[in-house]
Design a binder for this molecule. Structure first.
Ligand code: PGA
Length: 249
């Protein structure tokens, strides 16, 4: 079954109101591409403003596992929905590493997001030491085994494989390594959801840009990209969407 390409921008802690024009230009161009799904994940403060733009599909970058309560500084999945978000990233390595989020935390967040009606992009990826020791696939499959919700609709959850050493560094894995990882992820997902794993989109993330997107997106079992730095401007992001559209035919 053909899976629609999916290109998602993660603005991280970037984006003031002055960046709205970039988002507008990104969604306007995406609206012309019928074969590609495009979404942007801005900081919480910008979710509502982006969601109000024409053709917008907006996500959060994280959510709390609880619906509400005494969690100063946190934002819940129902709050994201209330602000206009339709999806959320969970388990980004910058959350896992910088905020000590465990697989169990990521799983709880994914479950809360699905329960609130958000689609989920669950992130995974190995540090450089693990890649160098040759254990990357086992490491990532273990992350996924423990971070996936017990039950989920295959069409509401995507996986983003982002090797930590490739994020923001300009380094990218070989196509063989990307395909091997995505193939292993697909196989592991079959163990969880059977044939529905073939509907699930597996995104690659880590230094994706307009120059390397066509190649990375053509690797086996790669259904899209999660893009950080190159998602901050339409000039850099739209060529990635164009590359995905060209592959989608
Ligand atoms: P990058 O970030 O594209 O800037 O490497 C990707 C990500 O962290 O999602």
């Amino acid at each position: 079954m053909a899976r629609r390409k999916y290109v998602v921008g993660n603005w991280k802690m970037n984006g003031l109101k002055s960046a709205l024009g970039e988002a507008e230009a990104i969604f306007a161009a995406a609206g012309q591409q019928s074969a590609v799904d495009v979404a942007l994940c801005p900081p919480f403060t910008m979710v509502g403003a982006l969601a109000a733009l024409p053709k917008a599909v907006v996500g959060g970058q994280d959510c709390h596992a609880a619906q509400s309560g005494a969690y100063t500084g946190s934002v819940s999945a129902p709050m994201l929905v209330d602000s206009g978000a339709r999806l959320v990233l969970v388990g980004h390595s910058e959350r896992r590493e910088g905020f000590a989020e465990s697989d169990a935390d990521v799983k709880a967040k994914a479950e809360a997001a699905l329960a609130a009606g958000l689609n989920v992009i669950l992130c995974c990826g190995e540090p450089l030491s693990v890649r160098e020791s040759g254990d990357a696939i086992a490491f990532v499959l273990n992350q996924i085994e423990h971070s996936l919700p017990d039950a989920f609709d295959a069409d509401r959850l995507a996986i983003a494989y982002e090797p930590i050493w490739a994020i923001g560094t300009g380094l990218v894995p070989t196509l063989n390594d990307v395909s091997a990882m995505h193939g292993a992820l697909r196989e592991a997902l079959r163990g969880r959801v059977g044939g529905k794993a073939d509907q699930m989109r597996l995104l690659y993330g880590g230094s994706v840009n307009g120059e390397n997107a066509a190649e990375l997106l053509s690797a086996g079992d790669v259904d899209g990209a999660l893009v950080g730095g190159a998602s901050l401007s339409a000039a850099k992001f739209n060529p990635i969407v164009d590359a995905a559209a060209a592959l989608a035919g």
